[in-house]
Design a protein around this ligand. Sequence first.
Ligand code: CTP
Ligand code: MG
Length: 229
Amino acid sequence: MTYQVILPAAGQGKRMGAGKNKLLLELDGVPVLIHTLKVFERDDACEGVILAINPQDKGEFLRLFKQYNIKKVINISLGGPERQYSIFNALKTVTTNGIILVHDAARPFIKIEQIHRLVKQANVSGAAVIGVPAKDTMKTVKAGWVAATVDRSSLWAVQTPQAFRMSLLWEAYEKAERDQFLGTDDASLVERLNHPIAMVEGDYENIKLTTPEDLYIAEAILKKRQKEK
Ligand code: CTP
Ligand code: MG
């Protein structure tokens, strides 16, 4: 039940507004990128990490890998102007024919137990994503006016990791390139092949650090986990 994982890490962190890649911001004194990498370093089922990065971050990232004894990065590929392009570049370097995961480097709180449930499901169905049921009531809005209330029972917020058979993900990315389709996650590319994708229930702690408030929430999650240890 092994896998390789692509970690897209080549964003600009514009919404975080830190003036640098948000993955270099520290939580409890350790950069976000390292928190995320450490999860995969600890997971024996992870056979290797492929990172998509910006050239300007490379020196700093390599220095951090040494400092924090990161050993599983098997490849570093060039980031693109959109997340999808960063991942496509990384996919071109993948050597496994088995299960490949894509996980946002900006989600440091993923648990190994959840990764394993996801990989197990992807082994069966070829494609699986992790997510949580929507908590808020959702409405569609047109030009400032409520148009309708959406039935919440069928709405899930999707997270990463997302797991796929390598051949399937490759086919999905090639088709997206041919059709010039740009999706906001990897599963949306696979959906275009009409291939079924399983939803694996995760938890609400697996947040993506996106805006400055997320940093306070992240510190609270870390503190809670340290207490649990
Ligand atoms: N990412 C990437 N290449 C891009 C854009 C994003 O590898 N061209 C990565 C980010 O580094 C992050 C993940 O994809 O780990 C999710 O993206 P997001 O949260 O949007 O991060 P940023 O793009 O950095 O943030 P923003 O959109 O606010 O600029
Ligand atoms: Mg972005």
